[in-house]
Design a protein around this ligand. Sequence first.
Ligand code: SAH
Length: 469
Amino acid sequence: MPGKLYIVGIGPGKSDLLTLRAKKVLEEAEVVLGHRTYVRRVMDVLNPEAEVIESKMGKELERVKLAVKLSKDRRVCLVSGGDPGIYGMTSLVLEYIMANEINVSFEVVPGITAMSSASPLLGCPVSGDHCVISLSDLLVPWDVVERRLISALLGDFVVVVYNPSSRRRAKNLKRAMEIVLRFKGDVPVGCVKNAEREKTEVWITKPSEVVEELEKGKNRIDMHTILFIPSSETVFDGKRMLTPRGYSSKYELHELHEPRRSSAENSLKLLEEVSGARTNEGLRIAEKSAGVAKMLLSRARFGELERFIAERCITATADPSISALLRFNRTEDVVKAMDSCEKVVVDVEMVKAGIENRVYREILVASKLGGGGKTVVSSGIRKLKDCINDSFVAVGNAPSALKELCRIIDEGVKPGAVVATPVGFTNAAGAKEELMKKDVPWVVVEGVRGGSTLCVAIVNAVAALSGLK
Ligand code: SAH
């Protein structure tokens, strides 16, 4: 009988997740090759007469050469964990036989990959577009891994991370989590260890926690773990992680209570106010771009106020990914603070210029008053300390201003609300994190991104919302 090479995916581990086809070819195999952990998982299925060749990690090419050679006249199974096409053996077999023009009869038997076996244990983290990335830099240079991770995060995909860590590569996980922090903020991350094997563990962590643990030399995430980084559409209810497929735009899924909707009239009035459109054509353009922003946001889980603010941020930047970075604390109180405040305190002139015609309040600019401190703006904010109680504060540009504001809050001053969108790679993310620990109403664009344009978009949206109360 002529031989044949089967590259067999054996799934995550438990034998009832072996496919019927994998079981059949394994039962009929004359030779079985593979890394010892995988071979041992299918031992029960094999014909006792079959020759078993276990090999060690890192000897993949030797294994492939031997499998190809033996398959000339025997039925050979080369076993691979999960699916053999996903970070598995299929590509190496093909590369080897194509490079050497070897004529061998072979068949790939697909298997259940780690992503598919781990996902249901978390809920449904992956239901639509997603990216799969391996953090191993054994075969791919780290700068390529990093670039792909950043692109996937910016593309707002759910990112599934294979090979997150091993004893030799713990620093890759730390770097990856720092990238998530920078581009997505401190989002919940789903983790599954040993899916569909003994000692399964499922938990939800955050990039900051992982970095902290790694700095202490601890690491719960190991080479048997797979991670799920959420997209802006992903929701968590404490235990489960769900990325909705979008059925809520097709069906009314809420049976308990009707979702609140603002009337068309209200929306138009708000739009007129917030866009500053003064002609019918202007209003039509504003309506059209607000429609696009609405569509982009249709799946995000925001309340009515947050949604309106997020729409304005997307319209101002033409960048839907910005909504994933928006954080809110007591949004209703942010709106109330705009209503009741007498003064608005801002860090730079640019913010003042953008909000002047909408907020109808006295606007104090820190950068105009400063001098003599660490930075002009931080000393300016310090000089405004006595005006900050109950005022509406908007920091659009300078992280140092926000840091000083946090210090002033620690001294017992209570601003009515704070909008914080300072921008930059050095201090912005940290300053915003500090603010988010404060018990005052705030709206923050988390991470390194932000800037005066976003600050203005948020303040004007809040002003429009307050005007309708
Ligand atoms: N071909 C395999 C993947 C091999 S790469 C597949 O399709 O599943 C090895 C990585 O896969 C591990 O570092 C881990 O991130 C992930 N992995 C494999 N099996 C897993 C399991 N049962 N539970 C969690 N992660 C698993």
